[in-house]
Design a protein around this ligand. Structure first.
Ligand code: TYD
Length: 137
């Protein structure tokens, strides 16, 4: 594991009528939620991600089905399998991530600390690794 990502246990209100989970900004995630986006209808074998963020932090939740998140902070690598909607994977800045192994019908929801900004991305792995050695901008 790395200090740049961790699994967050979300509250689960179990009920014979169906379970309920909630996420509060500033409480279950250490930031205010600025944006929510989700991946769905992901074809078998597809890979998403393949980038790192300079400032964005996010909580990744498997809302339905399952998928893997491969994480890399330049020193440590870990592959996390997400398959429960009451677990969130909290990912800090400067972590290279790749998502794959999506089950059919899976939905990946992301709660993000900032709105979409292309300039916040490292899309080139070598560039990401080079930036790790430098103080952040
Ligand atoms: P990208 O972040 O590369 O997707 P992933 O990491 O899931 O593979 O985004 C794919 C495209 O969607 C890219 O053209 C940017 C656009 N996009 C937005 O316009 N807004 C968003 O909030 C996100 C996440 C992506």
């Amino acid at each position: 594991t790395s200090s740049r990502w961790r699994l967050v246990d979300l509250p689960k209100i179990s009920d014979p009528r169906g379970n309920l989970t909630f996420v509060e900004g500033g409480r279950h995630v250490p930031f205010d939620i600025a944006r929510v986006y989700y991946l769905y209808d992901v074809p078998g074998g597809a890979e998403r991600g393949g980038h790192a963020h300079k400032a964005l932090r996010q909580l990744i939740i498997a809302m339905a089905g399952s998928f893997d998140v491969a994480l890399d902070d330049g020193t440590r690598k870990e592959r996390v399998h997400l398959n429960r909607s009451y677990y969130g994977l909290l990912v800090d800045t400067m972590v290279w991530r790749e998502l794959d192994n999506f089950s059919s019908g899976s939905v990946c929801m992301v709660l993000a600390s900032t709105v979409y900004e292309e300039s916040d991305y490292y899309r080139d792995y070598e560039e990401f690794v080079a930036a790790l050695g430098r103080p952040s901008e």
